[in-house]
Structure formats: structure tokens, C-alpha cells
Design a protein around this ligand. Sequence first.
Ligand SMILES: Nc1ncnc2c1ncn2[C@@H]1O[C@H](COP(=O)(O)OP(=O)(O)O)[C@@H](O)[C@H]1O
Ligand SMILES: [Mg+2]
Length: 361
Amino acid sequence: MRTITLKDVSKTFYDKSRKLTPVLAIKDFNLRIENGEAVVLLGPSGCGKTTLLRLIAGLEQPDSGLILYNDIPLDEIRVEDRGIGMVFQNYVLIPHWESRKTVGFFLRLRDREDEVPAHVQTVAKITGVDIESLMGRFPRHLSGGEKQRVSIARAFARDLELLLFDEPFANLDAKFRAKARVELKRLIQEFNVTLIYVTHDQVEAMSVADRIVVINAGRIIQAGAYAALHDDPDSLFVAEFLGTPTINSFWGRVSNGEWDGSYMGRAPLPRYRPDGAEVIVGLRPEHIRLCDDDSGIPAAVERVTPYYAEKFLLLEVWLRKRRWRIQAPLDAPFEPGYTVYCKLDWSRAFFFDASTGERIR
Ligand SMILES: Nc1ncnc2c1ncn2[C@@H]1O[C@H](COP(=O)(O)OP(=O)(O)O)[C@@H](O)[C@H]1O
Ligand SMILES: [Mg+2]
């Protein structure tokens, strides 16, 4: 059983020489993670994901706020009773220990070394290869992907309540990575382990998470299932961060109560905004339709990229000085230099306040 609660957690890094300005890494963070839940912390590089994971692990102290495990403050729980398996972003393996010793450390201290092989098997299942052959090697004789596998094995080889994974599969080959996520998800359900998983990759987030927490500049921007974030973003940041290909955004001004994008046309606003207000419209590439006749908005095709697995063509087109992304059928006959005619499906558009980035609903 493991729930994790963060209450108003903040963390600033101060430069010891006091020459640099302090970095506010985490700001007023509130989150509750239920037992057995798989939560992904998703955000751009430098947004505070690793810091948050280290705070939850007890490796960093918050400046203010509380971190609770099953409603008990973290610092009242002995380190050995915390039940955390952790895979760090920069896997720290002890240089003069062979993998077997690293992986067996926790269980050996408890005279339960005979349990190690079963855990190694588990990890072999996750990462798709035999890792027994790595057990006799020192870190300097392991590749990046192999070190990562040993770190994962170490995380599992203990009494486990909570897994903290920081970009754990970044060094695995793409073909193993997809499989690893699925297997990880299955295992945490099987063993009723809570998972907090850090990544900057939305595809990874989508496949691992029950719930995604989008973070920017040390704060929660929005949390929810992938589909909810993708289809109903609260902010331009989330709309742009999630979705492949990236959403199109168009700047315009309110006039006569409507959004006015000059040559792009006009669109009704979901809520009243005063005339002159600057509003950004977001429209996903799949919500721009191409039409045969010239009743649409003409745009010049610059680049055509096929996405075979997803079965569409990505067209990058120029409309005056703006670049749009449009999804077209895979067999459509477009080439650079063509003119296409576009119809925008305003009913699927999101509207954002241009100064705050907040959604206008
Ligand atoms: N030990 C540290 N000392 C000073 N600044 C730090 C330290 N750790 C992280 N930071 C800063 O805190 C911010 C968040 O970092 P981090 O949590 O590593 O982000 P992420 O994992 O999302 O890329 C960054 O601006 C980073 O430079
Ligand atoms: Mg990081």
C-alpha cells in the first residue's frame, strides 16, 4: 500500500558562492497519487521533473511543504522501510561492483539472496533480453542500455511499494522501448506497485500513464488522461506540448465580437471577449480539411512527409508568412510547389488568451 501526497511543496536551489540567481525548481506543488496508480510527470527539459522525483525519494529536502507516504510524513519513515525502487536518469552504478552485487544488495543484507534470480527474470521480461549474462560484469564493461537494464533490475530486487523511474528506457533501442513500457505497466498492476515515471516524451507518457501530470517551470499545468489533455487542453502550453504533429496556432484580434484572423477568416468565440483583445486559435492538423475547389484558403505546399504507421501525409504549407501543418490521406498526390485549398473546422478549434495562454471556454 502506498499513496503519495505532496502538499504545497517548494524547492529552490541556491548557489553556494551566491554569484548566481537562485533557481526556483518546484513551486507550490500539490498532488496526490493513489495506491497502484501509474503517474507520469511530463514536461520539457529543466521543468523540475528530476527534482520532484528526488524530493519524493527523500534525496532532497523541500524548503516548505509536506511529502506524505500513506499520510505519514516521509521523514518519519526509516529509509529501509520506504520500499522505493529507483532508476535514476544518470544511472549511478558503483564502479567496482559487478552487476550481481549491485542487483543483490538489498536482498543480500536481509539474507534473502536466493530471491534475486526471480527479480532478474522479471527485468529480463521488461527489457526483452537475457540480462543474466550481464551479472558478472562491472559498469565500465556495460553499454548505456545495459547499465539501464541493471539499474532496473536493482530497482525491482527489493520489497517494493513505490517505483520512481526517471527516463528509465532512454538508452534502450526503440524496438525494446515500446515493449518495455507495456511490460512495465503489466508488472506494476500485477504487483500492486505505485509508479511515478518521469519523461519528456508524450508517446512514452501515453503508453505508461493512468494519469499524466504536465509540468512547466516547476508547476503543475494540467493533469489527466492523455485523451483528456489532448482533446480538452486548459492552456496553449498543453495544446502545443501534446499531439503529433504539433497543433497549428493562429494569432488574431477580436472585432465585432468575433475572432478575426484577417485572410484566414473569422470565427465565433466561445465566450465574450472585448473588441481588440488578442486571441490565439489552436487547430490540430487533422482538423484542416483539403477541398478540391478553390473555395478554400489557398496555401503553397513546402514539404510532404509520409507517416506510414499512422497512415497519413503531413503537409507543411505556407500561407503568406505563416506555416501550417495539415494531415492528408497517405495516397494523396501532393508535392512541394502545389497549391492546396484548405477549409478550417472552427468547431474543433481552441481559443486562448494571447497574453496568459489560458483557454477561453
Ligand atoms: N543541484 C542543483 N543545483 C542547482 N540547480 C539545480 C540543481 N538541480 C536542478 N537544478 C535546476 O533546477 C531546475 C529543474 O531541474 P530538473 O529537476 O533537473 O529538471 P528536469 O528533470 O525536468 O529536466 C533546472 O533549472 C536545473 O538547472
Ligand atoms: Mg531530469
